[in-house]
Every structure is written in structure tokens, then in C-alpha cells.
Design a protein around this ligand. Sequence first.
Ligand SMILES: Cc1ncc(COP(=O)(O)OP(=O)(O)O)c(N)n1
Ligand SMILES: Cc1nc(C(=O)O)sc1CCOP(=O)(O)O
Ligand SMILES: [Mg+2]
Length: 207
Amino acid sequence: MKLRGLYAITDSELLAGKFLSYVEAALEGGVTLLQYRDKSNDEARRLREAEALRDLCERYKTQLIINDDAELAARLNVGVHLGQTDGPLSPTRALLGSKAIIGSTCHAQIALAEQAAKEGASYVAFGRFFNSNTKPGAPSCSLDLLDDAKRTLHLPICAIGGISLDNAAPLVAHGVDLLAVVHGLFGAESTAEVTRRARAFNELFKS
Ligand SMILES: Cc1ncc(COP(=O)(O)OP(=O)(O)O)c(N)n1
Ligand SMILES: Cc1nc(C(=O)O)sc1CCOP(=O)(O)O
Ligand SMILES: [Mg+2]
């Protein structure tokens, strides 16, 4: 499967009270990867929501990725995204199998991405590219890094951090394969607007 297009990421606070309707609206507009990102310790809710997302993703033929939690990903037979302190990639690849999608946060460092590639990552994520409401403290990353990354790496490149329809085009022009978005998608006022935004993000990959 080609990893290219919109990578929608959920936010439990932003989506409170409208979680599944907003996610389904995004899927309706077209989502390549959907990440379930919930930083709480509420294990029961996390399992319940992740199962609901897995079922929804199956209906829309979208790949589900669990943030941080390889055990939950293994339980649901879906992919996982791991940051630099979320656990090692090689044992996670062994746990999830050769076909699973495993992503790695590489901040603004090509060396981290090269290491992730060696350890079996399916894609590498760089960011943050713009000011982020969701994660204001994330280290910043420049467009120049993408040119180096395209020259050096041979796996899909994901961009994250403050991405919206107003600023995403240059990222795609610099070779980004996946646009990972929370607020720029789910910050919309209505489900119709979420669907419109998802479609518009996908259009960026067609020109
Ligand atoms: C696609 C994607 N890229 C980066 C991150 C950030 O991961 P991490 O650094 O582990 O931070 P948290 O998201 O866990 O707070 C991500 N989740 N997804
Ligand atoms: C979860 C996350 N990780 C980042 C990083 O730079 O590693 S930025 C970020 C938040 C992305 O949300 P929004 O699209 O609302 O900015
Ligand atoms: Mg993490």
C-alpha cells in the first residue's frame, strides 16, 4: 500500500462529544492513515475507542495507527507510531510483523530517520513545521531538511506540526508523502467542513 496523502490524527479533548462523527467525516473525505492519539491513562476508554476506530477504518479501507502503544496495536492487529522515548523499533517490528505500518518521530534529525529506517520503520515523521496548538513545545523543523531527507532516505516522509490548508502546499512541493494533521482538520466547525478539508488536503497530492 502506498503511504501518500492525508494522515489524520485524533485529539481526545478537541473531539470530545463528537469523536466518531468527526472521524467518520474525515474518512468520508479520504484519509490514508488515521492515528488514534490519546495521552490519557484511561485504558478501558482507550481500548473501546481504538476498537471503534478499527471498525470504522475497516469500513473505509483506511489504515489505523495507534500512538505510543505497541501492545494495543498488537491486540487490534493495526499499526503503531512511536516517538523517541516510546520504545525501541526492532522489537516492535518483531511483535507486529513485517506487514504492519510502524512510524517513527525523528524531529528535525536525518540521523534519527536513518536509524529508524535500519530498525524497520515504515515511514519517518519530521516536525514541527509550523506553530502547533496541539503540541506548542515540539522542536521546530525547516523545509530545507525535507530536501536532505528526500536525497538521503528511501521511505515515505511524513510532516507534522501546525499544518493547515493554508500552509501545506510547500511541504508537498518539497516531497512530503504524508501530511499529519490534528487542528487543521478536526478544528473545523462542522462535519461537512471536516470532509471538505480532508478532500482539499488530498487534492494537494494530485497536482
Ligand atoms: C505522525 C506523527 N508524527 C509525530 C508524532 C509525535 O510523536 P511523539 O514525539 O511520540 O509525541 P506524542 O504524539 O506521543 O505526544 C506523532 N504522534 N505522529
Ligand atoms: C503530536 C505532534 N507531534 C509533533 C512533532 O513535531 O513531533 S507536532 C504534533 C501536534 C500536531 O497537531 P497539530 O496538527 O494540531 O499541530
Ligand atoms: Mg509518542
